[in-house]
Each structure stands twice: as C-alpha cells, then as structure tokens.
Write a protein of this length. Structure first.
Length: 86
C-alpha cells in the first residue's frame, strides 16, 4: 500500500503509479524511486489538476513533465494543505 510516507515495500522502484490525485507528491515517495525511475500522478486541486510524470535523474534531482489537464478523486492517506479561510 502506498501512503504519503511511501510504499510499504520500501523500494527502490522502477515505476510508481498513483491511481488518484494528490495535492503534492511527497518527497518520501520520490525518494523510493531508482535513478531513472518514473512516477505518474495527478497533482493539484480542483478545478486545475495535471497528469504529471516525474523522473528521478540523480540522487536528489527530478524532472517533472506536465502531460495534460484532468480531474480525479483524492487518494486516501495523503496529506492535504490547509485551506484558506477568511
């Protein structure tokens, strides 16, 4: 099972696919990718979410490519940023 703390198997992984949306991709999850590994996720808040492909290119370097706009339900177990309130 994958949560904001990473996958229970610990990795490193070649590929991680999140099957729902997240506000942001947690660093702990990115750290479980092998160098050259990829993570696919839908990132953002409604109404603007982006299907995003992250590739680990070094020990602490990642490239992010936004593929297309979409909307998907939130994944459980991932942190939400605080909402703005008046």
């Amino acid at each position: 099972m994958i949560t904001s703390n990473g996958a229970s198997g610990g990795g490193p992984f070649d590929v991680i696919v999140l099957s729902g949306s997240v506000a942001t991709v947690p660093e702990s999850l990115l750290a479980q990718l092998k160098i050259g590994g990829r993570l696919a996720a839908i990132v953002g808040d409604e109404p603007v979410m982006r299907a995003t492909l992250v590739t680990r290119v070094g020990d602490a370097q990642y490239t992010h490519v936004e593929l297309f706009g979409t909307v998907a339900p939130r994944l459980r177990g991932f942190d939400e940023p605080p909402k703005f309130r008046f």
